[in-house]
Design a protein around this ligand. Structure first.
Ligand SMILES: Cc1cc2nc3c(=O)[nH]c(=O)nc-3n(C[C@H](O)[C@H](O)[C@H](O)COP(=O)(O)O)c2cc1C
Length: 396
């Protein structure tokens, strides 16, 4: 992807990863981009780099605008290797003695990735760096989503380089929100659900902090996906909504099955929920990727998790999903368990305990059916659906 201008003398110089489909276990059906930025001023700055494998593209993009040696300093907003992976090559090319700005935790974490004794300039929250016509204010955004994360804000352009926040794994012909419209929101939501959901309380605090400080934001440039220039408040408002996770009348029925009995139960629960006016969706864990399931969990009011009993335990994909979900800490949900079994039937109890440990409001008892569900088993599923529906906010 060729460089493009975002604002006068501020350029995107990153790389598109069109073919990546698995980003550290997150499904990226539409690839991703690694956004790096060049600000040409009295002091010329490179903000972030790209994954190591894409360093040729980064260097070539920079070279098409200026001689890379003209870069006076580099800012690293985030240590993760999709943004720092080309640092060694860049520093070698521009001069190892050039200043490398990052947060204090950034210096610590970069030093654990790179042995080079670079000229680190660890900045404090609120510190301002004068470039010439422009100045950059740094905001420490610890744990959004790594300890080193920070934002760099170009005060004169009201332009925020937001690191991974407000990003999306999306590579396409569009560069800006006004070019893609609503179609970008599912990608932004998926990114939030998989990367940021667990930091929801910090996001709400950060948005308040920026609002209280009266920071005007005309453009947001995240480290992945498109830039928000037409309506940056749209993504900020969405982050507030996703962080709040207000209960909704939506349910996700998440399950796996060996011989379809648990699936028959899942479908009965979905039917029962729909009958009660709940927007309900079955998600078979070998047909939906965990990163898509968690995206649906984000704005659901209820989770109903089903597994057959396998070797006195739960089915492996269900275990995988429960582990993933626990780390992401969804909140404000009601939850229940169901499943078919043959002789010992531990799965429902194990799922219930796991859901309890995630602090969901448990709807008990769950439903356990021996082998293939008969009419009474299906009635029990419908009854569970009705109990879940009554625990959700009423239909508007
Ligand atoms: C390999 C295997 C191991 C199983 N282990 C157990 C078990 O430990 N305890 C139990 O109650 N049922 C066990 N079952 C029986 C299943 O739980 C039962 O067939 C159930 O109806 C399967 O539900 P499904 O059709 O949703 O896969 C096992 C079945 C298989 C195929």
């Amino acid at each position: 992807m060729k460089p493009f201008e975002i604002a006068k003398d501020i350029y995107w110089v990153g790389a598109a990863d069109w073919n990546i489909r698995d980003f550290h276990g997150y499904s990226t059906y539409q690839g991703s981009t690694y956004n790096a930025f060049l600000i040409v001023d009295e002091q010329t700055v490179l903000i972030d780099t790209v994954k190591k494998e894409f360093s040729d593209e980064l260097i070539s993009n920079i070279s098409s605008l200026i001689d890379p040696k003209r870069i006076d300093l580099v800012i690293s907003n985030h240590t993760e290797m999709d943004h720092s992976g080309s640092l060694a090559r860049v520093m070698h090319r521009i001069g190892e003695d050039k200043p490398l700005y990052c947060s204090q935790m950034g210096q610590r974490n970069l030093s654990r990735h790179f042995p080079q004794k670079w000229n680190y300039r660890a900045v404090k929250d609120g510190e301002v760096l004068k470039l010439g016509k422009r100045s950059i204010k740094f905001f420490e955004t610890r744990m959004l989503h790594w300890p080193d994360s920070m934002f760099s804000y170009v005060q004169e352009d009201a332009l925020l380089f937001s690191s991974d926040a407000f990003g999306q794994h999306y590579a396409g012909p569009e560069r800006f929100d006004d070019q893609i419209g609503d179609a970008i929101m599912p990608h932004a939501k998926k990114y939030f659900a998989n990367i940021l959901m667990l930091y929801s309380p910090l996001i709400l605090k950060l948005v308040n902090r920026l609002t209280d400080a009266g920071i005007e934001i005309k453009t947001i440039c995240p480290d992945h996906g498109i830039m928000w220039r037409e309506d940056p408040t749209r993504i900020i408002d969405a982050y507030v909504q996703w962080s709040t996770q207000a209960p909704t009348r939506k349910a996700v029925v998440i399950y796996d099955t060996m011989w379809h009995s648990t699936e028959i139960m899942a479908n009965a629960i979905v039917d029962g929920l729909c009958r009660e006016g709940v927007y309900a969706k079955p998600m078979h864990l070998r047909n939906f990727h965990r990163s898509d399931v968690i995206t649906d969990v984000l704005d659901a009011g209820a989770l109903i998790v089903g597994s057959p009993t396998l070797n006195n335990g739960i089915f492996p994909t269900v275990g995988d999903f429960m582990t993933y979900m626990k780390g992401l800490k969804p909140k404000n949900k009601v939850a229940a368990a169901f499943g078919s079994y043959g002789w010992s039937g531990e799965a429902v109890k194990l799922i219930t305990e796991s859901l309890e440990s995630m602090k969901f409001q448990i709807i008990e008892p769950g439903v356990r059916v021996q082998y293939v569900p008969d009419e009474s088993g299906l009635d029990a599923c419908l009854d569970l659906a009705a109990r879940i529906a009554s625990a959700l906010p009423p239909a508007e």
